[in-house]
Design a protein around this ligand. Structure first.
Ligand code: NAP
Length: 491
């Protein structure tokens, strides 16, 4: 057997091993108990894939490889070390975007190299058959076009999504706009439709003209504009779906680039990211009771018809203190803690664990009710509570705990707002209409811990705060729980 054939067999065997580890790693990530091992498997698989690719040859310049490694590692490590826990979703969004950028840049680079090779072959006046062999094939050109479109949509869409999650503002014609709001351009469906048709035409032009890079450059710009314009109108509570979808796009772009550079493990890993991102998108849509088409194209935002915050809250808000809440625990047998974004902001998870342990030591059953979109990224609450060593069996999923809430004596709503807002059930015109919520309003007493009556991410008032059996504990989440621990110990 020829040496090159042996090399290909060894390289593809390594790719197969890496792919199996990727799949096993993904399976591990489906449960908190196996998630760390799953993550490690994915990292080992990536290492095997990189080493096998570099070992396989075809490296044009080790200097560039090492330069890229050093710059990428330094930038990644800096971002990972300095990012605040509440900034993780934006960072994940940006990483998706970087994946898209890498895909369209590699595909563009390969297109330029393919054009140069064809010209070089023609310059040395090789035979027509040989020259054709140097030219770009149909599969190659289609994959290049797809990498360009999907990669560019992913990069620019992700930058807008990250800006929305960071709640950035911008000024247009003297007026200040919040990026997190849904921003509607007049005639946007018409503009987006036009841009989509243009990208299809540009893809055809790229495939038909493999000897120029001009159409590819225009495609990247047009697809980038499409990515921005599709993401800008999506706002409020639909952001998690967009991040999951862009994650899927980044995988599809990588998969297309795998076909461009003929790399099997990139095709497989890209497909896995694409498929898992789509599955996550579906789960998120279900958690928010929206179809994907509705998320992408519907006009959402606080409805003008709904009652104002003043109308809902005026004269009905009852404030409480740590001492009063400690007295509620005296007669309680079941307590449910519902964490939300505010717990992440104040990093209250350790104080939460201390209170839960204290109550359990006094014979009270404490559970945590976890909404799939609580916080600002999928699994946000699970990660924080696992960090504080709260046992996994105490974390109850929304569908699992909702039927039991009528038997709960005290619900502690900790920095959560939209995920416990009953208007999702009662007001069809609300931006969160139909979103399944944690039905804390069915508990015997509800204590809401937050700093003010400000709305949550969806920007709407919450009638739960004004209900007869609700007490508002206005405080930072961590401070409130530290005070509660002290008050329970004293009682
Ligand atoms: P939320 O509706 O955004 O409400 C969070 C509440 O936390 C706010 O009302 C805020 O009130 C309070 N808060 C902030 N800092 C606090 C602190 N230091 N101490 C105490 N309270 C604090 O949060 P949620 O109920 O978790 O719902 C999540 C929302 O985000 C949903 O609309 C969801 O669709 C959206 N979203 C989710 C994801 C995801 O993947 N999980 C991603 C993006 C968006 P005060 O200012 O009055 O304290």
């Amino acid at each position: 057997m020829e040496e090159s054939t042996v090399k290909i067999i060894i390289q593809n065997s390594a790719y197969l091993l890496a792919s199996i580890l990727f799949i096993r790693g993904l399976k591990g990530l489906t449960h908190p108990r196996t998630a760390v091992r799953g993550n490690l498997m994915g990292a080992v698989a990536m290492l095997i894939a990189i080493v096998a690719t570099l070992w396989g040859g075809g490296i044009m310049s080790w200097t560039w490889i090492f330069a890229g490694l050093i710059v990428g590692t330094a930038a990644g490590a800096y971002l990972a070390i300095t990012v605040e826990m509440t900034g993780m979703p934006q960072m994940v969004g940006l990483f998706n975007g970087f994946g898209g950028a890498a895909s369209f840049l590699v595909a563009g680079g390969e297109l330029i190299m393919s054009i140069n090779r064809t010209h070089a072959a023609q310059d040395v006046a090789v035979s027509a058959t040989q020259a054709a062999g140097h030219g770009a094939g149909l599969q190659f050109m289609i994959a290049v076009a797809l990498s360009g479109v999907i990669g560019s949509v992913t990069l620019f869409g992700s930058v807008v999504a990250a800006g929305k999650l960071k709640e950035m503002t911008f000024t247009f014609r003297g007026k200040k706009y919040w990026m997190s709001n849904a921003l509607f351009l007049p005639g946007r469906h018409f503009i987006n439709g036009g841009l989509f048709v243009l990208t299809v035409i540009l893809c055809v032009l790229i495939v038909k003209n493999p000897d120029t890079v001009v159409w590819y450059a225009i495609l990247v710009v047009v697809a980038g504009a499409l990515g921005i314009l599709i993401t800008i109108p999506i706002g409020g509570a639909d952001m998690p779906v967009v991040i999951a979808l862009l994650n899927s796009y980044s995988g599809l772009a990588a998969c297309a680039t795998g076909f461009v550079i003929n790399n099997n493990v990139l095709i497989i890993a890209g497909s896995l990211v694409g498929a898992s991102g789509l599955i996550l998108t579906k789960i998120m849509c279900k958690a928010m009771n929206r179809s994907l088409a509705n998320v992408m194209f519907a006009r959402l935002g606080p409805s003008a018809d709904g009652p104002s915050a003043d109308e809902i809250y005026e004269g009905k808000i009852k404030s409480t203190s740590a001492e009063e809440v400690a007295m509620l625990f005296d007669g309680a047998q079941r307590v449910v803690i519902v964490p939300g974004y505010g717990m992440a902001v104040s990093q209250a998870q350790h104080a939460v664990r201390d209170l839960a342990n204290l109550l359990e030591s006094r014979g009270i059953n404490v559970d945590f009710a976890i909404h799939p979109v609580a916080g600002r990224m999928p699994g946000h609450m699970n990660v924080l509570l696992a960090e504080a060593d709260i046992p996994y069996d105490k974390l109850r999923e929304m569908d699992d705990i909702n039927p039991e809430l009528a038997q709960v004596d005290v619900a502690l709503v900790l920095g959560a707002n939209d995920v416990v807002n009953p208007v999702a059930r009662t007001d069809p015109s609300s931006p969160i209409a139909g979103m399944p919520i944690i039905d804390v309003d069915k508990c015997r007493t509800v204590v809401v811990i937050k700093r003010s009556l400000s709305p949550g991410f969806a920007g709407i008032p919450n009638p739960l705060f004004a209900m007869d059996h609700t007490l508002m504990f206005f405080s930072d989440a961590k401070k409130a729980f530290v005070e509660l621990v002290a008050a329970v110990k004293e009682s």
